[in-house]
Design a protein around this ligand. Structure first.
Ligand SMILES: [Zn+2]
Ligand SMILES: [Zn+2]
Length: 333
């Protein structure tokens, strides 16, 4: 029999379709040689093609001038931004009954490295560490804009993730609205805190560690697990053990551990499932000044084996065809 499971943090229900459940190894991606990523002369993110992107915000580079080669991480504005820094977030009525406002925000691209074919799981440790430190640096810059209400740092990896560029890159979108699902997440966290006097994420981490069935790995600062109410097969969370609402308050030491943890868990997914397409998203409060006892930052990895179908779109209920207990055990081995 299938079963509904509730996400403790959002109170959303998901459906584990055990009738249709597939074994963890069934999710292994079949690829042919033709799918291999090859550098292209026309890749705007490859060294030598810096002029193909808008001028950079920052880069880690040796000596050379801005917007030339010699860099190993580079941050540029998105050439086709979803949002732009100009404008005002004032709501103004224009379309009679309907409301609209300027598309104010930020949309930046972090080029993870100079190599066209080297995604994070295969990077050197020092490079992964610096990449996550750049996430923090850009966050600290964007949070200063008072019009910004939400900062999402994310990665699209592979065609099924929605990525149109093969060269490994991350993105940051900062919006001047708080979308409904984020508002709900914050609200439910506050509600749980109000009721129990504790952070729901701290409670979930404690429960997962005690139970152990869904733990993928653990170190002194982070725990990695497949949530009880996983939305998709192999959904993976990396959560700091110590309570912290904003990601950018991370210490340099823990940031390194975070990079190693992300790299290690993605490498496991990469090896076990043959480089699956995936998205990851960093969930955090919008600024280091927002002290919160109820919210707890975390990174969510969503492998993309399936696309949302009519039922998901209509109901918002995800159907997961794998058991998180089994997928976690599979990745532990
Ligand atoms: Zn490239
Ligand atoms: Zn917490």
């Amino acid at each position: 029999m299938s079963e509904y499971r509730q996400d403790k943090a959002t109170r959303e229900w998901i459906l584990i379709a055990t009738e249709r459940a597939r074994r963890p190894h069934d999710f292994r991606v079949k690829r042919s040689l033709g799918d291999l990523t090859l550098p292209e002369e026309s890749c705007a993110f490859c060294p030598g093609n810096e002029a193909m992107t808008p001028p950079e915000f920052m880069a880690y580079r040796r000596g050379n001038e801005a917007n030339g080669p010699g860099w190993w991480i580079r941050v540029v504005p998105n050439k086709y931004p979803a949002l732009t820094p100009q404008g005002s977030p004032d709501r103004w009525m224009q379309e009679r009954f309907f409301r609209k406002m300027d598309g104010v925000g930020r949309h930046e691209v972090i080029i993870d490295g100079p190599r066209h074919d080297c995604a994070l799981p295969l990077m050197d440790d020092w490079h992964a560490e610096e990449l996550l430190w750049v996430y923090r640096e850009r966050f600290l810059v964007l949070q200063q804009d008072a019009r910004i209400k939400l900062i999402i740092i994310f990665k699209n990896h592979g065609l099924a993730s929605g990525s149109s560029v093969q060269h490994p890159h991350s993105q940051i979108i900062a919006t001047s609205v708080v979308p409904l699902n984020i508002r709900n997440k914050l609200y439910e966290a506050a509600r749980y805190y109000d009721e129990h006097g504790r952070c729901v994420y701290c409670d979930m981490v404690r429960e997962e560690l005690q139970d152990g069935k869904r733990i993928v790995m653990e170190n002194e600062a982070f725990v990695v697990y497949h949530p009880f109410a996983s939305r998709v097969p192999f959904e993976t969370w990396i959560v700091p053990k110590a309570h912290e609402a904003c990601f950018a308050l991370i210490s340099p030491h823990n940031s390194k551990t975070f990079a190693h943890t992300l790299k290690a868990v993605w490498l496991r997914l990469h090896m076990a499932l043959n480089d699956p397409d995936l998205n990851y998203v960093l969930h955090t409060r919008r600024s280091i000044h927002e002290v919160s006892e109820s919210y707890h930052w975390h990174l969510q990895i969503m492998p993309r084996f399936t696309t949302a179908a009519g039922f998901e779109l209509g109901s918002g209920i995800y159907i997961n065809t794998a058991l998180p207990e089994e997928t976690a055990a599979f990745l532990r081995e």
